[in-house]
Design a protein around this ligand. Structure first.
Ligand code: ADP
Ligand code: ADP
Length: 224
């Protein structure tokens, strides 16, 4: 089935900027899709609309009901380029935050936080503060925070763009391993052709603003 289905989606900001569309996009459940395109073509806008952060000017944004039994509002995890961790809180506390906001039971929350930290390889750093972490580890913490609610869909907006090349490649491989284990739907915005081809099953190339689908490439990634 489909995880995400956009039909005729456009976004014109109050400033008058036509940022996006019309965009028609279907993403299958469990698919890993990259969005590639020039700066300002509306990639972040598209992710925000999918996440429900703002309404489209026209068109419809369809998101499949959560299958994990959690509330529908928590079936999407979002990872930004800036890790946006709270500096006064430990990694563990940062990762726990979305569960606090969703009023999860404390016992279950501890288990989930532990699982999410293990999934990104941060178990040893649970008690560290963000300032003690490298850029790559901060990104892992952000990823754990996005995964802690066990979302069906993971939206990633140029998550690794600020990292050095080696760290970025490590995170690419770890993300790929994670995706093969968890089979979440991933929509990954990047400026890197290499990264898009390396990670995703399908690369969508957007036109200049207002972004539409300019080309689409299916990558024959071997099934694990
Ligand atoms: P991309 O992610 O592809 O770089 P964005 O979605 O961030 O593109 O932006 C698309 C266009 O919309 C740009 O011209 C940007 O300046 C504009 N834009 C983005 N967010 C807003 C906003 N909140 N208000 C007004 N204009 C915006
Ligand atoms: P990116 O290119 O990584 O998407 P941007 O620099 O375009 O990031 O946007 C970063 C933030 O600034 C976003 O939250 C976006 O909504 C906001 N923004 C971008 N362009 C504008 C704009 N012209 N007016 C108001 N807000 C904007």
């Amino acid at each position: 089935g489909l995880a995400v289905s956009l039909r005729g989606v456009t976004k014109v900001y109050d400033s008058g900027v036509a940022a996006l569309g019309p965009l028609d996009l279907d993403v299958r459940k469990g698919e890993f899709v990259s969005l590639l395109g020039p700066s300002g073509c509306g990639k972040s806008t598209a992710l925000r609309l999918i996440a429900g952060l703002g309404a489209p000017t026209s068109g419809t944004v369809g998101i499949a009901q959560s299958t994990s039994g959690t509330r529908a509002g928590h079936s999407i995890g979002f990872v930004f380029q800036e890790p946006t961790l709270m500096p006064w809180a430990t990694v563990r506390e940062n990762v726990r935050l979305p569960l606090k906001l969703s009023h999860a039971q404390p016992a279950g929350a501890n288990t989930r936080v532990g699982e999410a930290l293990a999934q990104v390889g941060l178990t040893e750093f649970a008690g560290a503060y963000p300032r003690e972490l490298s850029g790559g580890m901060k990104m892992r913490a952000s990823l754990a925070r996005a995964l802690v609610t066990d979302p069906d869909i993971l939206l990633m907006d140029e998550p690794f763009a600020a990292l050095d090349e080696i760290t970025r490649f490590r995170l690419n491989n770890d993300l790929l391993a994670l995706w093969r284990n968890l089979r979440k739907t991933v929509i990954f915005v990047t400026h890197s052709v290499f990264e898009s081809v390396y990670l995703s099953q399908r690369v969508i190339v957007m036109t200049a603003r207002p972004g539409r689908i300019g080309a689409e490439f299916r990558i024959d990634a071997p099934e694990p």
